[in-house]
Design a binder for this molecule. Structure first.
Ligand code: ATP
Length: 253
Protein backbone atom coordinates (compact mmCIF):
# COMPACT_ATOMS: atom_id res chain seq x y z
CA UNK A 1 0.00 0.00 0.00
CA UNK A 2 1.26 3.47 -0.84
CA UNK A 3 2.38 5.62 2.06
CA UNK A 4 2.45 8.76 -0.08
CA UNK A 5 0.45 11.72 1.18
CA UNK A 6 -2.64 12.75 -0.79
CA UNK A 7 -1.93 15.23 -3.58
CA UNK A 8 -2.29 18.86 -2.60
CA UNK A 9 -5.48 20.33 -4.01
CA UNK A 10 -3.73 22.84 -6.25
CA UNK A 11 -1.22 20.42 -7.82
CA UNK A 12 -2.08 19.82 -11.47
CA UNK A 13 0.68 17.20 -11.48
CA UNK A 14 2.55 15.59 -8.63
CA UNK A 15 5.50 13.24 -9.02
CA UNK A 16 6.56 11.22 -5.98
CA UNK A 17 9.84 9.39 -5.43
CA UNK A 18 10.11 8.90 -9.18
CA UNK A 19 12.87 6.64 -10.50
CA UNK A 20 13.48 5.36 -14.02
CA UNK A 21 16.22 2.87 -14.73
CA UNK A 22 17.15 1.97 -18.30
CA UNK A 23 18.83 -1.39 -18.70
CA UNK A 24 20.46 -2.19 -22.01
CA UNK A 25 22.66 -5.29 -21.95
CA UNK A 26 25.26 -4.78 -19.22
CA UNK A 27 24.44 -1.07 -18.91
CA UNK A 28 22.21 0.37 -16.23
CA UNK A 29 21.35 4.07 -16.31
CA UNK A 30 19.51 5.77 -13.46
CA UNK A 31 17.83 8.38 -15.66
CA UNK A 32 15.63 9.49 -12.74
CA UNK A 33 17.10 8.87 -9.30
CA UNK A 34 14.23 9.93 -7.00
CA UNK A 35 12.28 13.02 -8.03
CA UNK A 36 9.58 14.65 -5.92
CA UNK A 37 7.81 17.70 -7.30
CA UNK A 38 4.43 19.40 -7.42
CA UNK A 39 3.43 21.43 -10.45
CA UNK A 40 0.91 23.88 -9.09
CA UNK A 41 -2.18 24.71 -11.12
CA UNK A 42 -1.88 27.96 -13.06
CA UNK A 43 1.92 28.06 -13.03
CA UNK A 44 4.66 27.84 -15.67
CA UNK A 45 7.70 25.70 -14.80
CA UNK A 46 10.90 25.39 -16.83
CA UNK A 47 12.91 22.17 -16.46
CA UNK A 48 16.60 22.65 -17.20
CA UNK A 49 19.88 20.82 -16.72
CA UNK A 50 22.82 19.39 -18.63
CA UNK A 51 22.38 16.96 -21.50
CA UNK A 52 21.52 13.51 -20.10
CA UNK A 53 20.33 14.88 -16.74
CA UNK A 54 16.88 13.30 -17.15
CA UNK A 55 14.71 16.19 -18.38
CA UNK A 56 12.98 14.31 -21.20
CA UNK A 57 12.62 11.20 -19.06
CA UNK A 58 10.91 13.27 -16.36
CA UNK A 59 8.57 14.84 -18.91
CA UNK A 60 7.70 11.47 -20.47
CA UNK A 61 6.97 9.89 -17.11
CA UNK A 62 5.00 12.86 -15.79
CA UNK A 63 2.96 12.82 -19.02
CA UNK A 64 2.20 9.09 -18.89
CA UNK A 65 4.17 8.38 -22.07
CA UNK A 66 6.54 6.12 -20.12
CA UNK A 67 6.15 4.15 -16.89
CA UNK A 68 8.50 4.87 -13.98
CA UNK A 69 10.57 2.06 -12.44
CA UNK A 70 9.23 3.15 -9.05
CA UNK A 71 7.33 6.06 -7.56
CA UNK A 72 4.11 7.51 -8.87
CA UNK A 73 2.62 10.28 -10.96
CA UNK A 74 -0.69 11.94 -10.12
CA UNK A 75 -2.37 14.07 -12.81
CA UNK A 76 -5.42 16.08 -11.77
CA UNK A 77 -5.86 13.82 -8.73
CA UNK A 78 -5.62 10.60 -10.79
CA UNK A 79 -2.80 8.20 -9.89
CA UNK A 80 -1.41 6.91 -13.21
CA UNK A 81 0.30 3.81 -11.74
CA UNK A 82 -2.66 1.41 -11.71
CA UNK A 83 -4.10 2.52 -15.06
CA UNK A 84 -4.20 0.09 -17.99
CA UNK A 85 -2.60 1.23 -21.26
CA UNK A 86 -6.07 1.98 -22.66
CA UNK A 87 -7.05 4.14 -19.68
CA UNK A 88 -3.67 5.86 -19.78
CA UNK A 89 -4.13 6.68 -23.47
CA UNK A 90 -7.60 8.08 -22.75
CA UNK A 91 -6.23 10.20 -19.93
CA UNK A 92 -3.39 11.53 -22.09
CA UNK A 93 -5.84 12.50 -24.83
CA UNK A 94 -8.20 14.37 -22.56
CA UNK A 95 -6.14 15.68 -19.61
CA UNK A 96 -2.69 16.33 -21.07
CA UNK A 97 -1.53 18.62 -23.88
CA UNK A 98 1.78 18.24 -25.70
CA UNK A 99 3.95 20.71 -27.61
CA UNK A 100 7.15 19.42 -29.21
CA UNK A 101 10.11 21.06 -30.92
CA UNK A 102 9.11 19.55 -34.29
CA UNK A 103 5.46 20.76 -34.04
CA UNK A 104 4.22 17.22 -34.94
CA UNK A 105 1.27 18.43 -37.02
CA UNK A 106 -0.47 16.17 -39.55
CA UNK A 107 0.35 17.51 -43.02
CA UNK A 108 -2.75 16.10 -44.72
CA UNK A 109 -5.10 17.85 -42.30
CA UNK A 110 -6.07 21.52 -42.21
CA UNK A 111 -5.13 23.76 -39.29
CA UNK A 112 -8.62 23.38 -37.81
CA UNK A 113 -8.60 19.60 -38.23
CA UNK A 114 -5.21 19.44 -36.50
CA UNK A 115 -6.51 21.54 -33.60
CA UNK A 116 -9.59 19.37 -33.00
CA UNK A 117 -7.76 16.05 -33.57
CA UNK A 118 -7.28 15.25 -29.84
CA UNK A 119 -11.02 15.78 -29.30
CA UNK A 120 -11.90 13.52 -32.23
CA UNK A 121 -9.50 10.82 -31.06
CA UNK A 122 -10.97 11.01 -27.56
CA UNK A 123 -14.53 10.99 -28.94
CA UNK A 124 -15.25 14.22 -27.07
CA UNK A 125 -17.64 16.80 -28.50
CA UNK A 126 -15.83 20.13 -29.03
CA UNK A 127 -16.68 23.01 -26.73
CA UNK A 128 -17.11 25.48 -29.58
CA UNK A 129 -16.93 28.60 -27.39
CA UNK A 130 -13.63 27.44 -25.84
CA UNK A 131 -12.18 26.45 -29.22
CA UNK A 132 -13.06 29.83 -30.68
CA UNK A 133 -11.34 31.57 -27.76
CA UNK A 134 -8.26 29.39 -28.22
CA UNK A 135 -8.10 29.94 -31.98
CA UNK A 136 -8.51 33.67 -31.52
CA UNK A 137 -5.91 33.74 -28.72
CA UNK A 138 -3.28 32.03 -30.85
CA UNK A 139 -4.12 34.30 -33.80
CA UNK A 140 -5.16 31.62 -36.29
CA UNK A 141 -8.71 32.65 -37.13
CA UNK A 142 -7.86 33.40 -40.77
CA UNK A 143 -5.66 30.31 -41.23
CA UNK A 144 -8.07 27.54 -40.30
CA UNK A 145 -8.39 26.08 -43.80
CA UNK A 146 -4.66 26.13 -44.56
CA UNK A 147 -2.42 23.07 -44.42
CA UNK A 148 0.51 23.22 -42.00
CA UNK A 149 3.03 23.35 -44.88
CA UNK A 150 1.61 26.73 -45.90
CA UNK A 151 2.45 28.22 -42.49
CA UNK A 152 5.67 29.58 -40.97
CA UNK A 153 7.40 27.70 -38.13
CA UNK A 154 6.00 30.09 -35.55
CA UNK A 155 2.48 29.72 -36.93
CA UNK A 156 2.84 25.92 -36.93
CA UNK A 157 3.88 26.00 -33.28
CA UNK A 158 0.87 28.18 -32.52
CA UNK A 159 -1.33 25.49 -34.14
CA UNK A 160 0.37 22.93 -31.88
CA UNK A 161 -0.34 25.10 -28.83
CA UNK A 162 -4.00 25.47 -29.87
CA UNK A 163 -4.18 21.69 -30.34
CA UNK A 164 -2.69 21.20 -26.87
CA UNK A 165 -5.31 23.57 -25.41
CA UNK A 166 -8.30 22.08 -27.27
CA UNK A 167 -9.32 19.67 -24.51
CA UNK A 168 -8.66 22.23 -21.72
CA UNK A 169 -6.08 19.88 -20.27
CA UNK A 170 -4.85 19.67 -16.71
CA UNK A 171 -1.32 20.42 -17.91
CA UNK A 172 0.61 21.19 -21.10
CA UNK A 173 4.03 19.55 -21.39
CA UNK A 174 6.42 21.25 -23.81
CA UNK A 175 9.73 19.71 -24.93
CA UNK A 176 12.03 22.43 -26.36
CA UNK A 177 9.04 24.22 -27.97
CA UNK A 178 11.23 26.99 -29.39
CA UNK A 179 14.20 24.81 -30.40
CA UNK A 180 13.36 25.07 -34.11
CA UNK A 181 12.44 28.77 -34.12
CA UNK A 182 14.39 31.99 -34.63
CA UNK A 183 14.73 34.34 -31.67
CA UNK A 184 11.86 36.67 -32.55
CA UNK A 185 9.42 33.86 -33.33
CA UNK A 186 10.52 32.02 -30.18
CA UNK A 187 9.67 35.11 -28.12
CA UNK A 188 6.16 35.18 -29.65
CA UNK A 189 5.59 31.51 -28.82
CA UNK A 190 6.88 31.96 -25.25
CA UNK A 191 4.69 35.03 -24.77
CA UNK A 192 1.74 32.92 -25.90
CA UNK A 193 2.58 30.13 -23.42
CA UNK A 194 2.89 32.75 -20.67
CA UNK A 195 -0.53 34.14 -21.67
CA UNK A 196 -2.27 30.77 -21.54
CA UNK A 197 -1.05 30.47 -17.95
CA UNK A 198 -1.92 34.05 -16.94
CA UNK A 199 -5.19 34.43 -18.83
CA UNK A 200 -6.59 30.90 -18.83
CA UNK A 201 -5.08 29.48 -15.64
CA UNK A 202 -3.33 26.68 -17.54
CA UNK A 203 -0.39 24.76 -16.10
CA UNK A 204 2.70 24.56 -18.32
CA UNK A 205 5.82 22.44 -17.78
CA UNK A 206 8.54 23.12 -20.35
CA UNK A 207 11.89 21.42 -20.90
CA UNK A 208 14.41 23.86 -22.32
CA UNK A 209 18.16 24.42 -22.65
CA UNK A 210 17.63 28.13 -23.19
CA UNK A 211 17.86 30.50 -20.17
CA UNK A 212 15.91 33.13 -22.12
CA UNK A 213 13.06 30.68 -22.70
CA UNK A 214 13.21 29.69 -19.00
CA UNK A 215 12.92 33.35 -18.01
CA UNK A 216 9.24 33.26 -19.14
CA UNK A 217 8.49 30.66 -16.44
CA UNK A 218 7.56 31.26 -12.79
CA UNK A 219 9.91 28.59 -11.56
CA UNK A 220 13.02 26.81 -12.80
CA UNK A 221 13.77 23.22 -11.80
CA UNK A 222 17.35 22.21 -12.51
CA UNK A 223 18.20 18.52 -12.88
CA UNK A 224 21.57 16.80 -12.71
CA UNK A 225 22.11 13.03 -12.78
CA UNK A 226 18.39 12.36 -12.47
CA UNK A 227 17.88 14.51 -9.37
CA UNK A 228 16.54 18.01 -8.72
CA UNK A 229 19.58 20.05 -7.73
CA UNK A 230 17.88 23.45 -7.71
CA UNK A 231 14.30 24.68 -7.49
CA UNK A 232 14.49 28.38 -8.24
CA UNK A 233 11.97 31.16 -8.38
CA UNK A 234 12.13 33.31 -11.50
CA UNK A 235 15.53 34.99 -11.55
CA UNK A 236 15.78 36.38 -15.06
CA UNK A 237 17.73 34.89 -17.96
CA UNK A 238 21.16 36.14 -16.86
CA UNK A 239 20.97 34.62 -13.36
CA UNK A 240 19.55 31.36 -14.75
CA UNK A 241 22.50 31.17 -17.18
CA UNK A 242 24.94 31.87 -14.30
CA UNK A 243 23.36 29.13 -12.24
CA UNK A 244 23.65 26.58 -15.08
CA UNK A 245 27.26 27.60 -15.74
CA UNK A 246 28.18 27.09 -12.07
CA UNK A 247 26.50 23.67 -12.20
CA UNK A 248 28.53 22.79 -15.33
CA UNK A 249 31.73 23.84 -13.51
CA UNK A 250 30.83 21.65 -10.52
CA UNK A 251 30.07 18.67 -12.84
CA UNK A 252 33.39 19.24 -14.69
CA UNK A 253 35.33 19.28 -11.41
N1 ATP B 1 15.50 4.69 -24.15
C1 ATP B 1 16.64 4.78 -23.44
N2 ATP B 1 17.44 3.71 -23.27
C2 ATP B 1 18.57 3.79 -22.54
N3 ATP B 1 19.02 4.92 -21.95
C3 ATP B 1 18.26 6.03 -22.09
C4 ATP B 1 17.06 6.01 -22.85
N4 ATP B 1 16.53 7.27 -22.83
C5 ATP B 1 17.37 8.03 -22.10
N5 ATP B 1 18.40 7.28 -21.66
C6 ATP B 1 19.51 7.75 -20.80
O1 ATP B 1 18.94 8.32 -19.65
C7 ATP B 1 19.65 9.49 -19.26
C8 ATP B 1 18.70 10.69 -19.24
O2 ATP B 1 18.27 10.93 -20.57
P1 ATP B 1 17.28 12.13 -20.96
O3 ATP B 1 17.02 12.04 -22.43
O4 ATP B 1 16.10 12.10 -20.05
O5 ATP B 1 18.16 13.40 -20.62
P2 ATP B 1 17.93 14.93 -21.06
O6 ATP B 1 18.28 15.75 -19.87
O7 ATP B 1 16.56 15.10 -21.63
O8 ATP B 1 19.03 15.08 -22.18
P3 ATP B 1 19.09 16.10 -23.44
O9 ATP B 1 19.17 17.47 -22.87
O10 ATP B 1 20.35 15.70 -24.14
O11 ATP B 1 17.85 15.86 -24.25
C9 ATP B 1 20.80 9.63 -20.25
O12 ATP B 1 21.94 9.02 -19.70
C10 ATP B 1 20.31 8.85 -21.46
O13 ATP B 1 21.40 8.34 -22.20
Amino acid sequence: MSTCPAPTVDAAVRVEHLTRVYETGQNRVNALAGIDADFTRGTFTAVMGPSGSGKSTLLQNAAGLDRPTSGRVVVGGVDLSPLSETRLTELRRTRIGFVFQAFNLIGALTVEENIVLPLRLAGVRPDRAWLNRVIERVGLTDRLRHRPAALSGGQQQRVAIARALATRPEVIFCDEPTGALDTGTAAEVLTLLRAVVDEHGMTVVMVTHDPVAASYADRVLVLADGRIVADLPQLGAARIAEHLASLDRRVAR
